[in-house]
Design a protein around this ligand. Sequence first.
Ligand code: SAM
Length: 230
Amino acid sequence: MQHQQEGIDWRDGDVPVSTRFDDPYFSLEDGLAETRHVFLAGNDLPARFRDGFHIAELGFGTGLNLLAALHAWRAAAVPGRLVYTSFEAFPMPPQDMRRAQSRFAELDTLAAELAPHWTGGAQRIALSDLDFTLVAGDARETLSHWQNKANTWFLDGFSPAKNPELWQPDLMAEVARHTAPGGTTATYTAAGFVRRGLEAAGFSVSRVPGYGRKRHMTRATLAPEKPERP
Ligand SMILES: C[S@@+](CC[C@H](N)C(=O)[O-])C[C@H]1O[C@@H](n2cnc3c(N)ncnc32)[C@H](O)[C@@H]1O
């Protein structure tokens, strides 16, 4: 059964599908398993976690990727704080985020802990182990003004066919400009124009096995800083 509410269709109970983009927010198969495969393993996480590690994301959606990352951070017992910045043009109402998150029993405790913080708009959450910022607005405008560099990017727009503006070469160049030397990015898509955009931006790009029925996904690495010549 499907319900319509503020641009969201609910499928299979609690999988939100955007009516604006005609695409699900996460895999209808198993969104959490896909996040772990694509964004965590795809960026060699949790192995690279250390105090102050900065994840940035294009497309905050339901907050699933944030919950999965913080869950992995806590499981790895990394001392210090995870920094997580997400760029989102159409923030979801908090009750819709919670409904979508409720699909993942493993994340229940964390979802309940963060629930009182959601505002449905731009915001900052500071916990003892998390420094989270939601940058509201079109990432094509907001990212160029961002003053930071992330260690890892989660590129999680809707599919490149349906949300092409979030995958354009110009935006991939901004992603590279906002990536620390040696940083990485991963995404579930292996679309040729996305890979070419990342390459043109200076990333070394590889195609690796995707999640579930997706044959391939993309990983990309920025060269480490060159040591200065004596
Ligand atoms: C696949 S969903 C993200 C899923 C999310 N990472 C999660 O964990 O639930 C894609 C997101 O990109 C956002 N988006 C689409 N175009 C955008 C743009 N130009 N700038 C910023 N966000 C955009 C959508 O509103 C949507 O929330």
